[in-house]
Design a protein around this ligand. Sequence first.
Ligand code: IPE
Ligand code: MG
Length: 221
Amino acid sequence: MDGNGRWARQRGKKRVMGHKAGMERARGVAEYCSEQGVKVLTLFAFSSENWQRPQEEVSFLMDLFATSLNNESKKLHKNNVRLRIIGDHGRFDPALRQAIDKAEALTGDNDGLTLLIAANYGGRWDILQAARRLAEAGKEMTEASLAGQLTTSGCPEPDLVIRTGGEMRISNFLLWQSAYSELYFAEELWPDFDEDAMARALGEFARRERRFGKTGEQLKS
Ligand code: IPE
Ligand code: MG
């Protein structure tokens, strides 16, 4: 979800107002995905590198995160959404950790949309923590055993990765999991990424030929 700050600056507002608008857009996109039958939606909300932003912006984002968890979780539960926060929770303050645990516990048995929020997340960190767990348990490292220890374990790998805001890079998102994902870069800034923009992304995805290393001819036979 990239482009919140630029969206706000373009309107002569403070960057944090862009995050507020971005949060509302996240709610809209999650509802749309739920209606469209998407099984898993992962939103990259805060990277492990985002702590380097100005203190005021980091505090605002943490407050917005806690408030949104407390305000939205009942509605998510009512909509049969299973919420999981992936990332290193260790750096969050105790109140936020408690809000996370409560929201995950409330929605844990739902079987509609699985909504993963990546917060204090980094793709390299995810691979490293998975490898460490296997090593500590003295388990053999295979692709399957490592994938089983990633924060996304139990979820399918993403079919489609969308980055808004015009930048064409992965920025330490789901590095292992997106090995065969289709990538889609949208010019819209995240607060402008509406249902039509999402539908265009899904439409483009439907037209892609996914070969997974095979030839086009093999897929047709
Ligand atoms: C949102 O967009 C991503 C978050 C870290 C919350 P940005 O805050 O990166 O917005 P731009 O890229 O500065 O416009
Ligand atoms: Mg950005």
